[in-house]
Design a protein around this ligand. Sequence first.
Ligand code: UD1
Ligand code: MG
Length: 450
Amino acid sequence: MQVSLIILAAGQGTRMNSDLPKVLHRLGAAPLLHHAMAAGRALDPEHVVVVTGHGADAVAKAALAFDDSTVTVRQDEQLGTAHAVLAAASASVVHSGDAIVLYGDTPFIRAETLQAMLEARAKHAVVVLGFHAADPGRYGRLIASGDSLDRIVEYKDATDEERAVTLCNSGVICADAATLFRLCRAVGNANAAGEYYLTDIVALARAEGLSAGLVLCDEAETLGINTRAELARAETLFQTRARAEALENGVTLTAPDTVFFALDTVIGRDAVIGPNVVFGPGVTIESEAEVKAFCHLEGCHISRGADVGPFARLRPGAELAEDVHVGNFVEIKNAILGEGVKVGHLTYLGDADVGEGTNIGAGTVTCNYDGVMKHRTRIGKNAFIGSDTMLVAPVTVGDGALTGSGSVITEDVPADAIAIGRARQVTKPGLAAKLFDHLRALKAAKKDAK
Ligand code: UD1
Ligand code: MG
């Protein structure tokens, strides 16, 4: 059975007190929207439709960045969740199969839960994800008998008796797409909020003789983000889960509570991550690699057996092959390091290729930016870049070549050559002693004059 996702993300999120649309606030270094999309992706959906409204262009861009086959559709006026689903229908991409409605501000729904909802569709025309709320607050209440659902009543419209129900609506709904759209078209807005409630489709389905059912999940899964305080709490929750997952997957974390993961961090078995390591988006680390304390990594790949840090920064496009060694106070950006390359200390490599077995001396800098454009540095295999070499790009250093310490390399260096680009040393025997005698005499003369 094919399934499509409809992700509602048009709301403003007034309580975030922000110019940024709510679903673009970051959790685990990824927009909230990506979390909902990631849970849905595990179902291998045929179509993903994201309904945008507030900050539509930015939200659409973020959706496409996650998956460029996403269809985004604009809901200019936010007239309610059923109205939003009909905006998705107007995109005319989802025609058949099941559709699951998710919210862009609800990041913790698990793929397994969505799978359970799809399975429950074998018994019910409409399946709603519910939970038992510790404090049901303003959630919609599920009026059910057993796993059969009669209707959903929104808090604003509920009687005291209905408000006493603690079984609540998460907002996630699954139905055959054609049925979902048909029922949404029948939804009216004669209610306390004057909105078109998606939740009304349950009673409408029942009135047609269709069955509606329930799947239950843990309350933590349905946690929605409405305020910055909730976002901060969600971050803690996300990190706690990500750490536990990494440990379970066979990653060693010496101080788990100090390691911060991103939504898409991938770390292989038997990798070791030291204390105070921060993962930005787009990091993959292979098995048996080690990241030592206080590293900041984003958009990079670290291969098996490589070791990085302490105090290293890998930025987007840093590709480390097997057994690369990157030491302290090294920054690498958009650079490909071949197998066994060593970059021990105090170095910046940006826009560079470094061939296997090459050693980069302390204090080396690729001068990649001329103030207007970026240029590439190409270093061959088994080369030796002397300490404090400035490589003024574009420049190439051939295989097996060597640069003298302190060189400013502005011209290409052929394979196996030595290039020295610095002033020749001048040594003057005895001159230091003479100079110091002279300076001391000057100082003494000054004292006498006072
Ligand atoms: C909704 C449910 C409620 C449930 C709760 C769970 C309805 C009528 N009510 O209430 O039963 O307990 O979620 O959190 O569905 N959105 C749009 N366009 C719109 C309206 C909303 O895209 O026109 C999006 C919002 O951005 C948000 C989501 O849909 O991501 C839910 O909307 P919201 O206004 O938060 O609904 P609730 O009142 O919380
Ligand atoms: Mg809400």
